[in-house]
Design a binder for this molecule. Structure first.
Ligand SMILES: [Fe+2]
Length: 242
C-alpha cells in the first residue's frame, strides 16, 4: 500500500522542522522506504511570526521539490500550511496569505493545547462560513476534546475533518492517550493520518509499524480510505463526507 502523509515539517529551514537540506533529504529517504508515495509539506503558519511570505515559501518548496523528484520521480509532492488558529486567521485566509492544502479549500488548522472547546467550535464555524474546509491537526492533542466523544461527534456533524498523528496509536492498554486514540480510530472518526515529522530523531516519519495495528483492528478498507481515498479527494478539492 502506498501511504499519503498529509502533515509534516520536512521542507528545510522554514520552521521548527528539518533545519538543513541534508536532514530533509534523510526524512524523504525514510518516508520513501516506509512506503509513502505522496507527501504534503505543511510548514507552520503563525500569524506575525512567519519568517517567510507564502510566495517565498512556495519558491523554496518548488526548489526542494525539483531536487527530490530527481531522486524519486514517483514520489508526489504537494504544498500546504499548518495554521495556528487565532484572531485574524480568517482575514489572512481571505487575503491569500495562507497556503491551503494543494491550493484547495482545505486548511490544516492547529490550536494551542489548552484552547477551550467553545473556541475550537467557533473557529470551525468561522472557517466554514468563509467557505473553507477545516482539518483539525493532531486532534488527539487538545485537552478539551480528550475523552469527550460527544464533542468529536459534534465536530464531525459540522463536517470538520480530523487528522491524527500516526504514532499516537502506539501504546499499551495502560496508556490512556493511546487508548483514547485507538477508540477514535476504531470508531472511524479519523479521516486522515499524518506523521507530523519534524526530524530524524524523536519525530521521524515512520508509518509502517503503526499501520499494522490499524489494519488489524479496522481492516484494509479503512486504511485505503484514510491513506488513499480521503487525501486524494482532498488534493482534488472534492467533497469527502459521503
Ligand atoms: Fe505539525
Amino acid at each position: 500500500m502506498e501511504y499519503f502523509d498529509i502533515h509534516c515539517h520536512i521542507l528545510p529551514g522554514v520552521d521548527d522542522g528539518a533545519q538543513t537540506k541534508e536532514e530533509s533529504l534523510s526524512m524523504i529517504d525514510l518516508s520513501y522506504n516506509e512506503g509513502t508515495r505522496d507527501i504534503i509539506f505543511t510548514p507552520h503558519y503563525m500569524r506575525g511570526k512567519n519568517k517567510y511570505t507564502r510566495e517565498e515559501l512556495r519558491q523554496r518548496y518548488e526548489e526542494f521539490k525539483k531536487e527530490v523528484q530527481e531522486k524519486y520521480p514517483d514520489l508526489r509532492l504537494y504544498f500546504g500550511n499548518e495554521v495556528l488558529y487565532e484572531e485574524g486567521i480568517i482575514q489572512d485566509l481571505k487575503d491569500g496569505k495562507i497556503q491551503t492544502m494543494n491550493d484547495t479549500k482545505y486548511v490544516l488548522v492547529e490550536f494551542n493545547i489548552r484552547t477551550s472547546y467553545s473556541q475550537i467550535f467557533e473557529a470551525m464555524q468561522k472557517i466554514e462560513n468563509a467557505r473553507f474546509r477545516p482539518i483539525i491537526a493532531h486532534v488527539e492533542r487538545y485537552r478539551c476534546l480528550f475523552k469527550h466523544i460527544e464533542r468529536i461527534e459534534e465536530l464531525i456533524r459540522m463536517e470538520v475533518l480530523l487528522q491524527m498523528n500516526i504514532s499516537s496509536v502506539y501504546g499499551g492498554i495502560l496508556d490512556e492517550n493511546a487508548r483514547w486514540c485507538k477508540k477514535l480510530v476504531r470508531e472511524g472518526h479519523i479521516s486522515f493520518f499524518g506523521t507530523d515529522a519534524h526530524d530524524m530523531e524523536e519525530r521521524a516519519p515512520y508509518i509502517n509499524d503503526y499501520v499494522a495495528w490499524i489494519e488489524k483492528k479496522c481492516g484494509l478498507d479503512y486504511l485505503e480510505k484514510t491513506f488513499r481515498d480521503n487525501p486524494q479527494k482532498m488534493i482534488e478539492n472534492k467533497y469527502i463526507f459521503d
